[in-house]
Design a protein around this ligand. Structure first.
Ligand code: HEM
Length: 309
C-alpha cells in the first residue's frame, strides 16, 4: 500500500481483508434482497422540508434488506448488523436514498477512526488467538466508540427483517420553503414491533433464514414501517454519529412505508448503489464527515463489484 492510496481505498481494502473478497458482492452488507414498496407521507414534515417524498403524494420505493458482513455466507442466526436501504422514486424522475442499520449510534465519529477500527479488527483476525487485543486498544484510545460496541454486544437475533428498527444515524439538514434549516435524524420503527428470537428459536432456525422468512411473510400482506424524525436543538452535535441526542427532543411522524413484494429483477436491483449522500432538494448533508467517506467507499466497492471483482 503506497502513501498515495486514498483513505476510502484503504478502508475498502481493509474491509476485504477482514471479511474476505467475494467477487461481485458489496464489500459490506453483501447478502441482501430487494423489495417493492410505497411510502405515504403524513404531511407533518412539510413545514420543515420541501423534499417531495416527505410531504407530497405517496411515492414508490425500493427497499434492500441486508446482513452487515462483507461475507455473503455470514449466518443470520447470530447477532449482528442488519441494514435497510430505501430508494424513493421522486415525481421528477430522480431518486433519493435513506440508509439505516439496527444500531442506536455509530461505531466511530471520523473517517480516520473508521480506518483505525477496521485495521484493529483485521489485526485481531490475523492474530487468530480469538482475543480482541487490538479492538480493546482501539476502544481505550477512542472512548466515544464504547457505547456503540456495548449496543452491538447486547444485540439479539431478529425474528424478521420486519421486526427490527433501523436508524440512519447521521444528522441531515432539512430546509423549508422559507430557507429555514433544521437538523434531523431518521429512524424506521417496525409496525410489527421489535421481536428477537429466543435461544430455542435460534437453535431451530436455519443459518440463512431472513430473506426467505420475509418473502413468506409478505404473502400475508404488506409489512410496514413508520418513519420517525427527531428534531435537534441547536446545541445538539450534528458532526458525530457516536453521540445520541437527548431523549426529550421532539419527534415527528413523517410517513409509513408499506413493503408489498419482491422486485421482479433481483439482479438489476442488487447491482444498484444506495448512497447516503444521494439527497434531494429540501435535504442537505450536515457537517458529519462520515457520509462523504461512505460516498467514496461505496463507489470503490461498486467499481469492484460491477467489474466482477
Ligand atoms: C463511515 C463508515 C462506513 C463505511 C466505510 C461503510 C462502507 C460500506 C460499503 C463499502 C458498502 C458497500 C457499498 C456498495 O457496494 O454498494 C456499505 C453498504 C452499506 N452500509 Fe455502510 N459504511 C459505513 C457506515 C455505515 C453507516 C453509518 C450505516 C448506517 C447508517 C451503513 C449502512 C450500510 C448499509 C445498510 C449498506 C448496504 C446498502 C445496500 O443495501 O446497498 N454504513 N457500507
Amino acid at each position: 500500500m503506497t502513501a498515495e492510496t486514498s483513505l476510502p481505498v484503504q478502508v475498502v481494502d481493509t474491509m476485504e481483508h477482514l471479511d474476505g473478497r467475494h467477487a461481485g458482492y458489496r464489500r459490506a452488507h453483501a447478502r441482501g434482497a430487494c423489495f417493492t414498496a410505497t411510502f405515504t407521507p403524513t404531511g407533518d414534515a412539510a413545514k420543515y422540508t420541501t423534499a417531495a417524498h416527505l410531504s407530497g403524494e405517496p411515492v414508490s420505493a425500493t427497499v434492500r434488506f441486508s446482513n452487515g458482513s462483507g461475507n455473503p455466507a455470514m449466518p443470520d442466526n447470530q447477532p449482528g448488523g442488519r441494514g435497510m436501504a430505501v430508494k424513493f422514486q421522486l415525481p421528477d424522475g430522480t431518486a433519493t436514498d435513506l440508509i439505516g442499520v439496527n444500531l442506536p449510534r455509530f461505531l466511530v465519529a471520523t473517517p480516520e477512526q473508521f480506518l483505525d477500527l477496521v485495521r484493529a479488527l483485521a489485526a485481531d483476525k490475523d492474530a487468530g488467538k480469538g482475543d480482541q487485543a487490538h479492538l480493546q486498544a482501539f476502544l481505550a484510545q477512542n472512548p466515544g466508540s464504547v457505547p456503540a460496541f456495548q449496543a452491538l454486544g447486547a444485540m439479539g437475533v431478529p425474528a424478521s427483517f420486519g421486526t427490527t428498527g433501523y436508524q440512519a444515524l447521521h444528522a441531515f439538514i432539512w430546509v423549508n420553503a422559507d430557507g429555514d434549516r433544521q437538523a434531523v435524524r431518521y429512524r424506521w420503527a417496525p409496525d410489527l414491533g421489535e421481536q428477537n428470537l429466543d435461544a430455542d428459536q435460534i437453535a431451530d432456525q436455519e443459518e440463512q433464514f431472513l430473506i426467505g422468512e420475509f418473502v413468506e411473510r409478505l404473502k400475508g400482506g404488506p409489512v410496514t414501517f413508520t418513519l420517525h424524525v427527531t428534531l435537534a436543538d441547536p446545541s445538539d452535535p450534528t458532526d458525530d454519529a457516536t453521540r445520541v441526542w437527548p431523549a426529550d427532543r421532539p419527534e415527528i411522524v413523517v410517513g409509513q412505508l408499506a413493503i408489498t413484494g419482491e422486485v421482479d429483477d433481483q439482479d438489476h436491483w442488487a447491482a444498484q448503489i444506495f448512497d447516503p449522500t444521494n439527497v434531494t432538494p429540501g435535504v442537505e448533508l450536515s457537517d458529519d464527515p462520515l457520509p462523504r467517506l461512505r460516498n467514496a467507499a461505496y463507489s470503490v466497492s461498486y467499481d469492484r463489484r460491477s467489474h466482477g471483482r
